[in-house]
Ligand binder design. Structure first.
Ligand SMILES: *[C@@H]1O[C@H](CO)[C@@H](O)[C@H](O)[C@H]1NC(C)=O
Ligand SMILES: *[C@@H]1O[C@H](CO)[C@@H](O)[C@H](O)[C@H]1NC(C)=O
Ligand SMILES: *[C@@H]1O[C@H](CO)[C@@H](O)[C@H](O)[C@H]1NC(C)=O
Ligand SMILES: *[C@@H]1O[C@H](CO)[C@@H](O)[C@H](O)[C@H]1NC(C)=O
Ligand SMILES: *[C@@H]1O[C@H](CO)[C@@H](O)[C@H](O)[C@H]1NC(C)=O
Ligand SMILES: *[C@@H]1O[C@H](CO)[C@@H](O)[C@H](O)[C@H]1NC(C)=O
Length: 482
């Protein structure tokens, strides 16, 4: 039933703007009971995807949500006008809890977390402090650093290589706060070619060597930028990504010339696919143009703030939407001031104009680097010609690569994170919190009973399956504390 409806919806919504239909496509509105039946009862995200409540499930549900013992659902009674319904509820955890998603597909999966730390009369989610694991990767150890109170929800996006038939996501509250939450989770299979096996590693002296096994690393999206164009929303992206404009990241006074192309982007086999980046990214760019009898000798430079201690994947998107004919555009590409591509000749690579191409580079910001800016630049090369376009860039993605502790946020590996809960003196919940939790819990029970009554005809299950039978870690952790 679930799948039938699910497929029905994916086809009706995907066929128009999204030709890619992922085998796994979990869109969970956490803390909500909304079943995935019609647009009227489900939670619609701003990009018109249907999210189903994590409390509304069938007996053979393909995912297990946390046991009710360890979690409550919370509703925002005063959401900001215009805020997507997926942020109106949250699932709140007072001890470690996990979601298990069974997968039909192996390979890379996109995992997105949506956080909006709203305040309700019972709880202030802004007080939450917790860590998050995805399989054995530590994806977040300090929730506070996201700074997601106020109006703006925060979305974290990871690309995780999956070799198992499931993904397990664990929320571990800090011992002090005993409070973790999430508003929505997406688990979506990504096309296999999204992350290639090899990229070019730029060494400390600027030498290029192969970086192998890229597709075995997990990645966190840090910057995703549509150069020279407007914001691209999930509605207009083949994998429901968000691309922001580059204005705040542009570092040189030159480069104010933007171009928006009205023609068709010609995707070719072997080049970038629409899943690598959508038309809306390739049809805008910034450029260097030589209008005079000499080549304009300038660079356009962008700077991307990053944290030190990690390697980063930099994906540069190019599409010659500016030249008037083939074989007129030659330019250099710089990453961190080093020559990453000399005399890039897009005509030679793509054999046609308006045809997309992307290049992947890896840089190391480890060892003693506290952070700073990662720079990307373009400039004319020795083959650049006058009265022509002499440099172009359409998009940039910067992704953090997990460190040797399989973490994106510090040196603690997943085992240490899980132990952090069971160790130490367990003093129990604060009275106020416990009381609040009781109120919310009883409220949500009443609501659920109502939902179940109205759901009976659809043969939804009465009670969610306890997560602990699907997850040994958490069962063990809970056992320790009882
Ligand atoms: C978490 O991040 C915030 C903001 O960046 C910082 O002030 C705080 O010290 C961090 N806490 C820990 C435990 O690292
Ligand atoms: C957090 O966000 C608020 C408003 O969005 C901003 O004023 C503040 O400087 C941010 N704090 C940090 C530590 O980034
Ligand atoms: C999608 O893209 C089109 C054309 O670029 C634009 O007009 C429209 O506003 C975009 N829609 C959303 C929801 O971003
Ligand atoms: C082209 O030449 C004109 C006149 O000499 C000058 O003002 C202009 O800045 C030059 N343009 C570029 C892009 O160098
Ligand atoms: C462009 O940037 C590269 C690398 O930082 C530098 O070597 C070159 O001198 C720059 N060219 C101009 C014209 O600034
Ligand atoms: C990322 O994690 C994987 C799996 O734990 C590990 O094999 C790999 O070496 C890590 N990457 C880096 C750059 O340390």
């Amino acid at each position: 039933m679930f799948f039938f409806l699910f497929l029905l919806f994916s086809f009706s919504t995907l066929s128009l703007s999204h030709p890619f239909s992922p085998l796994d496509n979990y869109l969970l509105d956490c803390g909500s009971t909304a079943p995935l039946t019609t647009a009227a009862t489900s939670s619609l995200s701003a990009d018109h995807r249907l999210f189903s409540g994590d409390l509304a499930r069938t007996p053979n549900s393909p995912f297990h949500s946390p046991s009710l013992r360890a979690s409550v659902s919370l509703r925002n009674d005063n959401p900001f006008p215009g805020l997507s319904p997926i942020y109106h509820t949250a699932r709140v955890f007072t001890s470690p809890a996990s979601y298990t998603f069974s997968l039909k597909d192996k390979g890379p999966h996109i995992v997105r977390f949506h956080f909006h730390a709203f305040k309700s009369p019972q709880l202030d989610l802004g007080r939450a402090q917790f860590r998050v694991l995805v399989d054995d990767y530590v994806v977040l150890t300090n929730f506070t650093r996201l700074n997601c109170t106020g109006q703006n929800p925060k979305v974290l996006e990871f690309l995780v290589p999956v070799e198992d038939e499931k993904i397990v996501i664990v929320f571990v509250p800090n011992r002090d706060s005993k409070l973790a939450f999430v508003n929505a989770i997406e688990v979506i299979s990504a096309p296999n070619d999204l992350v290639p096996e090899t990229a070019q590693f730029i060494g400390s002296s600027g030498n290029l060597v192969n970086f192998d096994g890229l597709n075995k690393q997990a990645l966190e999206v840090v910057h995703r930028v549509n150069v020279g164009g407007p914001k691209v929303t999930p509605f207009n992206d083949s994998l429901w990504r968000t691309w922001v404009p580059d204005d705040g990241l542009l570092r040189s006074s030159f480069g104010s010339e933007r171009l928006v192309f009205g023609g068709r982007i010609k995707y070719h086999d072997g080049g970038a696919s629409r899943e690598v980046a959508p038309d809306n990214v390739y049809n805008s760019a910034r450029l260097i143009r030589s209008e005079n009898d000499s080549v304009t000798n300038v660079n356009i430079t962008w700077a991307f703030p990053i944290l030190g201690g990690y390697k980063y994947l930099i994906r540069l998107h190019f599409c010659d939407i500016a030249s008037i004919s083939l074989n007129m555009l030659y330019f250099n590409v710089f990453v961190n001031g080093y020559l990453a591509y000399e005399d890039l000749d897009l005509s030679y690579i793509t054999r046609s104009l308006a045809s997309p191409f992307y290049a992947d580079f890896v840089v190391d910001y480890g060892d003693g680097n506290v952070g700073g800016d990662l720079s990307v630049g373009i400039g004319p090369s020795k083959n650049s010609i006058t009265h022509a376009v002499d440099g172009i860039l359409n998009g940039v993605e910067v992704m953090k690569i997990n460190n040797s502790h399989s973490s994106f946020d510090g040196e603690d590996c997943s085992t240490i994170v899980l132990k952090s809960w069971s160790k130490g003196n367990y003093s129990g919940l604060l009275l106020t919190l416990a009381a609040a939790v009781c109120i919310v819990l009883s409220l949500s029970m009443v609501i659920r009973r109502k939902m179940i009554e109205s759901r009976e005809s659809l043969s939804w299950s009465r009670l969610p399956v306890n997560s602990s039978d699907g997850d040994d870690h958490v069962k063990e952790e809970e056992g320790v504390n009882k």
